[in-house]
Design a protein around this ligand. Structure first.
Ligand SMILES: [Fe+2]
Ligand SMILES: [Fe+2]
Length: 192
């Protein structure tokens, strides 16, 4: 049986700080709205949004060690920016930590840091919700929010992913090889 939103919220509240919990709830709300707009399962989107940062507050060394134990490839970029691993590691750990989380929800959570190929509609919804939830204030976020009304899910994801790439470049952060693979897959499938 699928885990309820309330049970998942209680589990998240035990793990995360108040600010991270508030972010997770805003992502759940935004993911639910996006799911409704784009014809994706609303309950699963809300659950994935709520749980997406399950491992967000693990320390860097623990993330790297546990990712290695779990067989997740740990690249030099992950060693430089270990928090990237909080998505893939949650994908591995959540089914045991919180039984009853549907597999597609875990997949979407696993894809919310550097994405994956292919991105399911649910994974795109969660990725976008994390980037445009109402607490985000970076320049360009308003433009993405406006596009919800008229873009397709694929177009909105492309624009959102492009905004993430810009952020990486602007902050002079290293680019994960998976990010490049995802970007190349997105533009290859884009009809423009
Ligand atoms: Fe995250
Ligand atoms: Fe997040």
């Amino acid at each position: 049986m699928a885990v309820s939103y309330d049970l998942a919220r209680a589990a998240v509240a035990e793990r995360l700080s108040a600010s991270a919990l508030a972010h997770s709830e805003r992502v759940a709300q935004t993911a639910g709205e996006l799911a409704e707009r784009f014809g994706v399962d609303v309950e699963r989107a809300r659950l994935a949004g709520l749980l997406h940062d399950w491992h967000r507050e693990l320390g860097a060394a623990e993330l790297v060690a546990r990712a290695r134990e779990a067989g997740i490839p740990v690249t030099g970029v992950d060693e430089d920016v270990p928090y990237l691993l909080h998505g893939p590691l949650a994908r591995v750990d959540l089914p045991q930590a919180l039984p009853g989380v549907p597999d597609d929800v875990c997949e979407a959570i696993g894809a919310h840091t550097y994405g994956t190929v292919p991105m399911s509609p649910l994974a795109m919804v969660v990725y976008i919700a994390d980037v445009i939830e109402p607490g985000r204030t970076y320049s360009g976020v308003e433009r993405l929010r406006e596009r919800v009304a008229d873009a397709s899910l694929e177009e909105l994801f492309l624009d959102t992913y492009a905004a993430s790439l810009k952020h990486i470049v602007k902050r002079r952060r290293p680019m994960h090889p998976e990010t490049l693979r995802v970007w190349n897959a997105i533009v290859a499938s884009d009809g423009r």
